[in-house]
Each structure stands twice: as structure tokens, then as C-alpha cells.
Write a protein that binds this ligand. Sequence first.
Ligand code: C5P
Length: 293
Amino acid sequence: MDPLAIFAPAKINLFLAVTGRRADGFHDLVSVVSQLGFGDTLGIEPAGGFSLTCDDPAVPADESNLVLRAARAFATATNWKGGAKFTLAKRIPAGAGLGGGSSDAVAALRGLNLLAGEPLDGPGLAALAAQLGSDCPLFLHAGPVVMRGRGERITALPANAAPRIRGRRVLVFKPGFGIATPWAYARLAASAPASYVPAAEAEARLAAWIHDDAAPAEALLFNSMEPPAFAKFPALPALVAELRERFGLSPRMSGSGSACFALLEERTDAAPIIAAIRAAWGASASVIETRLT
Ligand code: C5P
């Protein structure tokens, strides 16, 4: 069998309302998530045992990597006795809120399921994905989704709401530092309940995405994880304010950060915006121009 090469896209949260902490320690949320045309590529070829190499030496390629954790979980769940050599071309920055590790894990599950003759159906893959990480299940779906629970309840964004998203130009930019997801959620919990969006308000805001066809996506963007991240890392709100004032953009942070994004009009010249990002955040910043898929 030829080696497989599976695209593992990044994601951004166009809307994210964290509504409260659950008995299991995770948080409930309501989110609108889009995948991007930008991402990692996971090569998979049959081998004895599981191994992983990555072109980015900063990425741990040991058993802590979600690709190998996905492979172990797949083998346990299916009793598959095969193995695979994974080769990860890493493009999605870590600690960004772009779902890179989660997407890689889902690419591994998909690839192994193909290699093994598809022992898992859709619900089987979804159950394994949910075990691996809160952001994994969304990557089993194509197109924009609504995510609820801790991330395991996924529905397609209704068809009337999707056109203002799909194919949109987006600039994604991340400072040289990342934000650890557990830290971001702990900061929210530390200022509870004020930091949580009441569930009814989260659903009302989501309803605008689905029912207010006239509203542009820019007017509906929201992320309740911004305040603690912006308080700790002033470089984030400073650039967001600058991009809003100078270029009329509506930038937002994605997920638990530190990456932010701004939707762009087709006619917009991205060059001066990228120059402003680089001037503010320096050479260690990542800047990616791509599209919502
Ligand atoms: O599921 P994942 O491994 O991405 O979660 C990392 C950490 O982020 C969790 O251990 C938890 O502290 C926090 N988290 C949360 N609620 C979520 C997702 C993540 O509290 N819905």
C-alpha cells in the first residue's frame, strides 16, 4: 500500500462562549468553529509498531504526542495488530488555540482506520476522538460546526449560516509566545462566575449566527476567553486595538490563544496589515494568510 498523506487543518473559533465548569473539571462551551485551508500534513505508512518523526524539532515526537496517543487508543479500541510510521510536517504553531495537536490526532485516527480496513464507523471514530481531546471531534466534520459540551457535541452550522463563513479570507497571527490551554481555563475559573457566559446568553448569541442572515460574520465574532488572556498579555489587546483603528478590522483571539485572526475583504491589501503585525510583535510572530473552509 502506498503511504497516505493526510491533511490536518488548523481551526479557529469564530464564536466561543464558555458557560461554566463541570463536575469533571472541564468547561462547558458553545462555539462556532471553522477549519482553515492551512495545516499540517501527516504521512502514514504501514510498519511494525508505531513511530513518529516530525520536521519541527520543537515538537515532542515521543509517546506524549497526540499522534502516538491516538494510535495507541485506536489499536486498543479495535484490537488491530498492525503498526504505522508517522511523518508529521508541522506548520500549525503550538499553544495557539488553532487545534494543531488535536487535528494531527484525528488525521492519525482517519489514516489508521483506512489502513486497518475501516473497523470504526463514524460514531466509533467520534468516541475515540473525544477521549483524546476536547478539540478533536470537530475535525471529523467538514465545514463550519457548532460545538457544545466540552467539545464532544458537534453539529453542522446550518446551511443558511455557512455562506458568510465558507471561503472567507482570513489572516491568522500568533505572537512568539503561546498560551497553555489549562492555564487559560484556570484563569477563567479563578474569576467565576463573572467570567462565564450564562448558557441562555450563549445560546442567544449563537442564534444570531443562525437566524440573523443579514449580520456579517465580523459583527458576530466573540470569545469569552479573551479577558484573562488580554489582561496577562498586553501585546494581544494592543495589536487588536491598532488593527481595529488603522484598518477597520474586527480581530479576535482563537480559542484559548495566543493566536488571533481577522477576516479580510477580498479587495483588502494584506501587506500593510502584515507589516503592522510584524512591527508590533517582531520576527518571532507567525502570520498566515488563508481561507475558512
Ligand atoms: O481536552 P484538552 O486536552 O484539550 O484540554 C486541556 C485542558 O483544558 C483540560 O485539562 C482542562 O483544564 C481545559 N479544558 C476545559 N474545558 C474544555 C476544554 C479544555 O476546562 N472544554
